[in-house]
Design a protein around this ligand. Sequence first.
Ligand code: 5GP
Length: 147
Amino acid sequence: MDLNTPYDQENIFAKIIKGDIPCIKLYEDDHILSFMDMFPQSVGHSLVISKSATAVNLFDIDQDNLCHLIKGAQKIGNAAKIALKPDGIKLAQFSGNAAGQTVFHLHFHIIPVFENGHILDQTDPTDEAKNARLVKIAELIRKEINN
Ligand code: 5GP
C-alpha cells in the first residue's frame, strides 16, 4: 500500500460509514464522522474521517473536504480537551504503510496525552469491559461537543 494505492470501497472505515460495522460514534455531519479508536493509544483516542471524500491518504483529498476534516479534528480535539483535561493532544495522520498507515481511508488520530496517566486508564479484563469503558469516555467527550 504505497502512496498511489487506489481507494478500496470495502475498507473498514467505508464499512463504518455505511453502517455495516458498528462504531462508538462521537460526532457526525454531512461531511465527517468521528468515533472512538477501537485499540486506543491513550484515554480518549478518537478518529475523524471524511464521509464525502474517498481519499486513501492526505494527498488524495480535495481542499474543501480537507477543510471539513481538519475543522472536525479541531472540534473533537477541543471537546476531548475540556472533557478529559489532558496535558497535551497529539494530532496524527499516516500516509502509506511505510509511514504506519493500516486503514486506507484517510483519517486523523486525536490522541490526548496525560503526563501522569488518567483515572480511566485501566487494563480491562474482557472485551465487554473495554467496550464499556470506551462508551463511558465517548459520553464524556460527546457532552462537550454538544455544548
Ligand atoms: P492508522 O495506523 O491507519 O493510522 O490507524 C488506523 C486506526 O484504526 C488504528 O489506530 C486502529 O486502532 C483503528 N482501527 C482499526 N480497525 C478499527 C475498527 O474496526 N474500529 C475502530 N473504531 N477503529 C479501528
